[in-house]
Design a protein around this ligand. Structure first.
Ligand SMILES: [Cu+2]
Length: 449
């Protein structure tokens, strides 16, 4: 045998060994053979998530497999009191119900298409066998109206994911077809950290590594609903005028609640067609602990008060509800906390519009009065089937926000399942008009410099 032949033989063997090593390191996606573990039980194997203004999709267990059924269909949806639209959703809802399971669960998800168009479902962020990935034309043929398809896979990763069509995405997602898919770890992903001095950021970090007591999930989306129309407009590229948490605009968004001292997780997904949303939480810093790519190692987490959620992504934050109160959570794009805002208007800052709202409504197309009224019922300038640009009644007057706004209500005591109402502040803890003696004591002259 020549040296050259030996060399070739050797490299061939090395190649085979390398391929074997790679095969071990990157095991192929398993074909669906049923459950890898006993189906996770809500309340035992995981703390179920709460979807404000939404629901969780029920399932049944057949031979150890969790069986779900999604029905894509036209849905008449209310975004906020007074604003109803003809959308597309799943199981009678916009957005679809939250799918919830546990790592190791084998899931079989039936999808029935009752839409007037073909569709598919893509499991966004989940590592599934390629033929289950739901990309119409690429990994499967699209589901024709009237057909029911079957998707099945084993969940191999925990985290916060989404589902949406991958057939004519622009139209179907603009019409509302999307939902959240939460996969729980079977046990808390990390043990409680060592104790640290109370009150400092380190103690907060240690607490955050313990299991959470409340787990909320939100899906962000944006819509174009011309005032008076009942169909979302999928062709809109920039001028979205209804911005939503779980397909609901403030003041109809359901608040989160927590007891003082509880650890709270908030999962936020974004399937807006064109926008990223910086979501800001008042009152308490949080940590960004997870993306849809996985849990962020403790050493790499960072504190924030605003988390940017790019479209096509999820971000999960965790916090300790330290102080009682009604803490706003909202997108920090100021046009995203408005409802059905008009554009191209004359700049009326400094003008008292209360004298000529009615005349303006006729002279300036799209004009609706801003701020000087108490809501849709009392504003004759709001067209039929639309909502006022600005929110609704609050405990101290009108809340001048709409759209992508909700709140975290923290209380020392809570009745589970009940909205605790507005926060009652301890005496002397609300910003109010300064008294004469305040001004005198501190040498403040409101008339002077
Ligand atoms: Cu936004």
């Amino acid at each position: 045998m020549t040296t050259r032949r030996l060399f070739l033989q050797g490299s061939a063997l090395a190649g085979v060994a390398g391929a074997l090593r790679n095969a071990q390191a990157f095991a192929p996606v398993p074909t669906f053979t049923g459950p890898a573990a006993a189906p996770g039980v809500p309340g035992t194997d995981y703390l179920p998530v709460i979807t404000p203004n939404g629901v969780t999709l029920p399932f049944k267990v057949v031979d150890g497999v969790k069986v779900f059924h999604l029905v894509a269909e036209p849905v008449t949806h209310t975004f906020a009191e007074g604003l109803v639209a003809e959308c597309w959703g799943y199981n009678g809802r916009v957005h679809g119900p939250t799918i919830e399971a546990v790592v190791g669960d084998a899931v079989r998800i039936y999808v029935t298409n009752r839409l007037p168009a073909p569709t598919t479902v893509h499991w966004h962020g989940l590592a599934v066998p390629n033929g289950m990935d739901g990309v119409g034309g690429l990994t499967q043929r699209s589901i024709e109206p009237g057909e029911t398809f079957k998707y099945e896979f084993v969940l191999r990763q925990s985290g916060t994911f989404m589902y949406h069509p991958h057939h004519d995405e622009m139209t179907q997602m603009a019409m509302g077809l999307m939902g959240m898919f939460v996969v729980h770890a079977r046990r808390p992903p990390e043990p409680t950290g060592p104790g640290a001095p109370a009150g400092g950021p380190d103690s907060m970090r240690a607490e955050l590594d313990a299991p959470v007591q409340r787990d909320y999930v939100f899906l962000l989306s944006e819509w174009k609903l011309t005032p008076g129309m009942r169909r979302p407009d999928p062709t809109e590229m920039t001028d979205f005028n209804v911005l939503t948490f779980n397909a609901t605009a403030f003041p109809s968004t359901q608040p989160m609640v927590a007891k003082t001292g509880e650890r709270v997780r908030i999962r936020i997904g974004n399937l807006s067609s064109m926008d990223h949303h910086p979501i800001h939480l008042h009152g308490v810093p949080f940590q960004v602990v997870e993306t849809d790519g996985g849990r962020i190692p403790r050493s790499a987490r960072w504190p924030e008060v605003t988390v940017l959620v790019p479209t096509g992504s999820t971000r999960t934050i965790e916090l300790v509800a330290r102080d009682p109160g009604d803490w706003a959570m909202h997108c920090h794009m100021t046009h995203h906390i408005m409802n059905q805002m008009g554009h191209g208007l004359p700049n009326l800052i400094g003008v008292d519009p209360s004298q000529f709202d009615y005349a303006l409504e006729h002279a300036v197309p799209g004009f609706t009065a801003m701020g000087e009224h108490d809501g849709p019922d009392e504003d004759s300038t709001v067209p039929k089937n639309s909502i006022a640009m600005l929110g609704g009644a609050g405990p101290f007057g009108f809340v001048t926000m709409g759209g992508m706004v909700t709140m975290l209500k923290v209380r020392d005591t809570l009745v589970e399942g009940e909205d605790p109402g507005w926060y009652v502040h301890p005496p002397g803890t609300v910003a109010d008009v300064a008294t004469e003696s305040d001004l005198e004591r501190d040498g403040i002259d409101p008339q002077g410099a």
